[in-house]
Design a protein around this ligand. Structure first.
Ligand SMILES: *[C@@H]1O[C@H](CO)[C@@H](O)[C@H](O)[C@H]1NC(C)=O
Ligand SMILES: [Ca+2]
Length: 227
């Protein structure tokens, strides 16, 4: 038995089913529309953040609003929120304020996004499928609180809960990462291309997660690559 197996055994013997796993080439499938399902991911940062990057890949045919990544603290449910109100738009929230990024409507394909923010300038970057959108700014000088609950697939309106069914995500999600700093342009592109990424505590290759409700892990379907 190797260290990882032992670790998993210890974890599964605890009451809560916290898994830690390399999810390489796997996906979370949120099956129902709408749904109450979500995934709690860990760990939260230990220190307040002045910078961050969040990346993930999703695949859905939803046209209604949905939440992908929700980082809530006791004082601010939208501390970090990656939200798609409609197919041509993303909203990135930092500390309860948001900026809107208009995006091409991508039809029936996986969509990769990376969002980053730095407190010193308030500049937010938003990358879609390896390409940056015009940068915007919000919350200059703000600090992201460390005590957080991080949830995929629902928008928290209170600490760890307060979901609106009609903001739930339905579809497939993969390659979720969070870093406590801004990634370089090269690494933003590397994330899109699923290449090697800088180490991070919250990442798809060593994800600590708890499935809540109807979420299923499956291998990603192989597609013929067009590029
Ligand atoms: C945040 O990013 C800025 C700009 O890249 C950098 O100067 C600063 O040291 C970073 N702060 C922390 C706490 O990492
Ligand atoms: Ca919210």
């Amino acid at each position: 038995m190797d260290k990882l197996q032992l670790w998993l055994l210890v974890l599964t013997s605890l009451s809560e089913a916290v898994a830690q796993e390399d999810l390489y080439r796997k996906v979370f499938i949120f099956r129902n529309d709408p749904n109450e399902a979500y995934v709690v991911v860990k760990p939260e940062p230990e220190q307040p953040l002045q910078n961050f990057t969040v990346c993930l890949r999703s695949f859905t045919d939803l046209t209604r609003p949905y939440s992908l990544f929700s980082y809530a603290t006791k004082g601010q449910d939208n501390e970090i929120l990656l939200f798609k109100p409609k197919p041509s738009e993303y909203k990135l929230y930092v500390g309860g304020e948001f900026v809107t990024f208009r995006v091409p409507e991508i039809r029936m394909d996986w969509e990769h996004v990376c969002a980053s923010w730095e407190s010193a300038t308030g500049i937010a970057e938003f990358w879609v499928n390896g390409k940056p959108l015009p940068r915007k700014g919000l919350q200059k000088g703000y600090s992201i609180s460390a005590e957080a609950v991080i949830i995929l697939g629902q928008d928290q309106d209170s600490f760890g809960g307060g979901f609106d069914l009609y903001n739930s995500f339905t579809g497939e999600m993969a390659e979720v990462y969070m870093w406590g700093y801004g990634l370089s342009p090269g690494k933003m592109r590397a994330a899109y291309q699923s290449l090697q990424l800088p180490p991070c505590s919250l990442g798809w290759r060593n994800l600590q997660y708890e499935l809540k409700g109807d979420v299923v892990i499956k291998p990603r379907l192989r597609e013929t690559m067009s590029t």
